[in-house]
Design a protein around this ligand. Structure first.
Ligand code: NAI
Length: 296
């Protein structure tokens, strides 16, 4: 496996392209928006500079990483030689199904088609292709160059060969693979997001304040950040969307989103990206200031 195509050059796509290129793979990075491609290359350059400054990468390695990345603004160019395509486009079922239908006809029959989706069924994605045995979930974590985990999701028809090949490849790029079956939320979000929802419910019920909840989970459970701060980083709209996937998928009321979360998303307090969530980010993300909505 030598040629990798990455669909989507946003938050995740640029990181995935970076990691493969740094490990000597030829990467085609594809996004429909030229400005996103430009931004992705700038981000990769900046992150490589940081590695050089830290002494973990040489200038030569930086240059060869950048030389390994070619960019395109249409799926029609760039995937024809791919041995593996990793789709990291917008989390929207219709967009993803459309991309996979196109990939099925544009790539050679042996090409593996992977999705970085956080919540969409791999079985459903595979079902719109003529090769569901070669469709798999490759769920990287953000930021991709730093985070070690790749959650590997086997759909109902994903073959053992495809699973083995993607497991080996993940190790070859320095990641640690962990396999799951194709159930709503896989493992990462099935465990994480209900914990976040429970933290929000506790806040809503007045059991404790924002700082107290985060301090208890940070210092008591050795989590690098508390669940409310983490929710702000993930995006409260994203947390809500994943809860809907769990609730709809399992039909179990324990996954019902808290009313407070629904209200915050409706009001536009989405966390870091909107400037306010459980904390206020009008002065950046370094100092944690509880949002005026929750300060006593
Ligand atoms: P993003 O919004 O930053 O990037 C998505 C990119 O896809 C955009 O640049 C958009 O122009 C592009 N795109 C949309 N349709 C396209 C098409 N037909 N062809 C080519 N490009 C297209 O989104 P982000 O955060 O990078 O998420 C991408 C995927 O990764 C989603 O499935 C998301 O659930 C998943 N994910 C996100 C994580 C995160 O922390 N942001 C973590 C793990 C997975």
């Amino acid at each position: 496996m030598n040629n990798i195509a990455v669909i989507g050059g946003g938050t995740m796509g640029n990181g995935i392209a970076h990691v493969f290129a740094q490990n000597g793979y030829q990467v085609a990075l594809i996004d429909v928006k030229p400005e996103i491609i430009e931004k992705a290359l700038a981000t990769i350059g900046k992150n490589l500079d940081r590695q050089v400054a830290k002494g973990t990468l040489t200038e030569d390695q930086k240059a060869s990483t950048l030389a390994n990345i070619k960019t395109h603004t249409s799926i029609a160019n760039g995937v024809e030689h791919a041995d593996l395509v990793i789709e990291a486009a917008t989390e929207n079922l219709e967009i993803k199904l459309n991309i996979f239908k196109q990939l099925d006809s544009l790539t050679h029959p042996g090409c593996i088609l992977a999705s970085n989706t956080s919540s969409i069924s791999i079985t459903k994605i595979g079902s719109v292709t003529s090769r569901p045995d070669k469709v798999i979930g490759m769920h990287f974590m953000n930021p991709v160059p730093v985070m070690k985990l790749v959650e590997i999701i086997g759909g109902y028809k994903t073959s053992a060969e495809t699973l083995a090949s993607i497991t080996e490849l993940s190790k070859a790029i320095g990641k640690v693979p962990a396999a799951t079956k194709d159930y709503p939320g896989f493992i990462s979000n099935r465990v994480l997001i209900p914990m976040i929802n429970e933290a929000i419910l506790s806040l809503e019920e007045g059991v404790a304040g924002v700082s107290e909840i985060d301090t208890i989970m940070k210092l008591g459970m050795a989590h690098p950040m508390g669940p409310l701060q983490l929710a702000d980083f993930i995006g409260l709209d994203v947390c809500l969307a994943i809860l809907h996937v769990l609730h709809d998928g399992f039909k179990n009321p324990k996954y019902a989103p808290s009313n407070l979360l629904v209200n915050m998303v409706t009001a536009g307090d989405l966390g870091v990206k909107s400037g306010r969530g459980f904390y206020d980010y009008s002065h950046g993300t370094k100092d944690l200031v509880v949002s005026p909505n929750f300060s006593l």
